[in-house]
Design a protein around this ligand. Structure first.
Ligand SMILES: [Mg+2]
Length: 285
């Protein structure tokens, strides 16, 4: 089994982290403990992390070709967990359901590529069987936390006419509020779907979604590229499944975002390794 020690949690942003509320949620029930609303991270800063860890990589400065590829992309596909958002959605949901540790271990193995994605997804969900009411309550009480700079980056991309997609192994139910917040149309979400029975009980996930399987993000990116006849697509993410999306017919470039999680095996193979979305924003100005 592949070592899990590569998945070092290295940094957390030094700026205040924004949580936002889905407008689909009853605003009368939005009161939360003030400690959550004033949440700020205290871990090492991004520049410190770069100094101590990023220097081991030779891909933190993009080549001219990579920079041009990024600037001229027809579309950018973003991973969600630990990229657009600070957390792994399924881990957060599991923790909310009291099964945090067992599920986080499975997530880590899935992200390092040592377990088929579909197997890890089914195993994790079967540990805590989230009902529809639990998911709704979770979204009310633990709304997604957005990574610093992602709003600005997506605004910049949209302003220059670049199409933006969210391609995730997470769940549509949890990603839609994020897409809404970022102004990304729901049809630009490629993700998994939790399935519930008539009483709202958990019955599984939609196995027809390509993102429910290993290599599924690559299939989703290929589909996006083909349908829209894009010449160049860039994938931005932190995990093995994001890296896999860079292939002939799929993403032309893979940018590893290590501002939340640094997965060494993924980072070394990226066309460009960034620790801060500002690095991408300034290249578009
Ligand atoms: Mg991720």
């Amino acid at each position: 089994m592949e070592s899990l020690t590569l998945n070092a949690r290295i940094v957390a942003p030094t700026r205040p982290i924004r949580r936002f509320r889905s407008p689909l949620i009853n605003p009368l029930r939005l009161k939360r403990p003030s400690k959550d609303l004033s949440f700020m991270t205290t871990a090492a800063s991004i520049p410190q992390a770069k100094a101590s860890i990023g220097l081991h990589f030779n891909n933190t400065c993009p080549s001219k070709e990579v920079l041009e590829g990024w600037r001229n992309a027809d579309a950018v596909c973003f991973d969600v967990d630990s990229t657009v958002c600070l957390d792994e959605g399924i881990d957060e949901l599991a923790e909310f359901c009291g099964a945090g540790q067992a599920v986080a271990e499975w997530t880590s193995r899935a992200m390092s590529g040592s377990v088929p994605f579909e197997e890890a997804l089914a195993a994790r969900l079967s540990i805590f069987n989230p009902s529809l009411s639990t998911v709704c309550e979770f979204l009310e009480k633990r709304p997604p936390r957005i990574s610093p700079g992602i709003d600005q980056l997506i605004k910049k991309l949209k302003a220059k006419g670049t199409n933006v997609y969210l391609v995730s192994g997470g769940f549509r139910q949890m990603i839609q509020p994020v897409a809404l917040h970022l102004g990304i149309p729901v049809q630009n979400i490629f993700a998994n779907q939790l399935l519930f029975g008539s009483s709202g009980e958990f019955v599984g996930f939609d196995k027809n979604e390509p993102t429910s399987r290993s290599g599924g993000k690559a299939v989703a990116v290929q589909h996006i590229k083909e349908v829209h006849k894009y010449e160049a697509v860039v994938m931005v993410g932190d995990g093995q499944t994001d890296l896999e999306a860079r292939k002939p017919g799929g993403a032309n470039l893979f940018i590893c975002y290590a501002g939340v999680q640094l997965r060494e095996a993924v980072a070394t193979k990226a066309d460009w390794l960034v620790f801060d979305f500002q690095d991408l924003i300034k290249t578009l100005e």
